[in-house]
Design a protein around this ligand. Structure first.
Ligand code: PLP
Length: 392
């Protein structure tokens, strides 16, 4: 980007977020003078050790749990994999219950487990993307090690009833993991109320850097580590601690708590304006997912007759970063497993885009996006044969 090019309008915060200035500032001393290994005995290392302890407390405060229940990992994917691995190894059981709409960090790991002889129940979702907790209860049997259900969907923002599901799991004496990577700073997380055994977070979704994650492990739950080596993280995750990133994530957690109300009011109002105006101004536009049971920052829409790829290229040319609800596989645009599980046809799923805001998204950016979006879709539509034009 040249120095004179306008800053792109970044509407892809569910993919990753910008590092907050306060987070960067907190990290710098641990990339420069305070470089000691927290496991070393001298004073230089004490700075690092104390900083990790402080960050653990900041994250525990966001989640309302005990700092000793926090395990630092390298990313959300590692946290998700480690929770499933531990549940299977600690119980010796062979069955997992999950949903058809999980992120690939759970979805692909469960497929790998199936190839290794484990059994997985893939629960369907309703047309609005919500999940019936009764289906979870029915799927649990004597050989079930774990239920793994995401808290919020990364593509649609739809929220699952994790509190109810946690209660079911506790009653049925089955471990419960929730992938909460999309949740912090957008919806309150209170682990005193939601009795999860494991919970995964990822730094880069809450304005900390990429490459740092958290696994919450409820105290008293038997844990079998995924990475084995040194005795870091009370023998739950080997490997020298990534001190600067842990410090950044701690500060980001503090900021997420401070901005929670803002995100639920200001960001939600901006999201609603963006979504409602697109639905009003663009013929043949449809929302994916439940209107209210969802994150306050996410919009998922599909457009009659237009491929998401064409929309995203057009938006990119207009300086707007968005993404499709689909994953690119070997050059062909595969329809999203989330949207097809909600009953969209492959063509509808392939015409879906996701716009996701953050607290750094401004009203002026929403205005600019709305000023160009309807015309961009109209231009793409104009190139379609008359039979494919949506009715106004
Ligand atoms: N789970 C969800 C719901 C996500 O959205 C993501 C990232 O997109 C992940 C897990 C994986 O997190 P990470 O990129 O830190 O591995």
């Amino acid at each position: 980007m040249s120095a004179l090019a306008p800053r792109p309008i970044y509407l892809d915060n569910n993919a990753t977020t910008a590092v907050a200035p306060e987070v960067f500032e907190a990290m710098v001393p641990f990339l420069t003078e305070h470089f000691g290994n927290p496991s070393s005995a001298y004073d230089l290392a004490k700075h690092s050790r104390d900083a990790v302890t402080k960050a653990r407390g900041q994250i525990a405060a966001l989640l309302h749990c005990d700092p000793r229940e926090i395990v630092f990992t390298s990313c959300g994917t590692e946290s998700d994999n480690a929770a499933l691995w531990s549940a299977l190894r600690s119980t010796g059981k062979k069955h997992i219950v999950t949903t058809q709409v999980e992120h690939s960090a759970i979805h692909h790991f469960c497929e790998t487990l199936e190839h290794q002889g484990y059994a997985v129940t893939w629960l369907p979702v309703r047309a609005d993307g919500t999940l019936d907790p009764a289906a979870v209860e029915e799927a649990i049997h004597d050989d079930t090690a774990l239920v793994s259900v995401m808290w919020a969907n990364n593509e649609t923002g739809v929220l699952f009833p994790v509190r109810e599901i946690a209660d079911i799991c506790r009653r049925k004496k089955v471990l419960f993991h929730t992938d909460a990577v999309q949740v912090p700073g957008k919806v309150p997380i209170d682990l005193r109320a939601v009795g999860a055994d494991f919970l995964a977070l990822s730094g880069h979704k809450l304005h900390a850097p990429k490459g740092i994650g958290v696994l919450y492990v409820r105290s008293g739950v038997k844990f079998v580590p995924f990475l084995v080596g040194g005795s870091q993280e009370r023998e739950r995750r080997a490997g020298t601690e990534n001190v600067p990133y842990i410090v950044g994530l701690g500060r980001a957690a503090e900021l997420a708590a401070e901005h929670l109300i803002d995100e639920q009011t200001t960001t939600r109002a901006r999201r609603d304006r963006l979504e409602n105006e697109i639905l009003r101004l663009v013929p043949g536009a449809h929302r994916n997912g439940h209107p209210t049971e969802r994150l306050p920052n996410t919009v998922s829409l599909w457009f009659d007759g237009i491929e998401a790829e064409a929309i995203l290229l057009k938006l990119n040319a207009l300086g707007i970063c968005a993404s499709s609800g689909s994953a690119c596989t070997t050059g062909s645009l595969a329809p999203s497993h989330v949207l097809t599980a909600m009953g969209l046809t492959p063509a509808q799923a392939r015409s879906s885009i996701r716009l996701s805001l953050s607290r750094f998204t401004t009203d002026a950016e929403i205005d600019r996006a709305l000023a160009v979006f309807p015309a961009a879709i109209a231009e793409l539509r104009a190139a379609l044969p008359a039979a494919l034009q949506p009715a106004r």
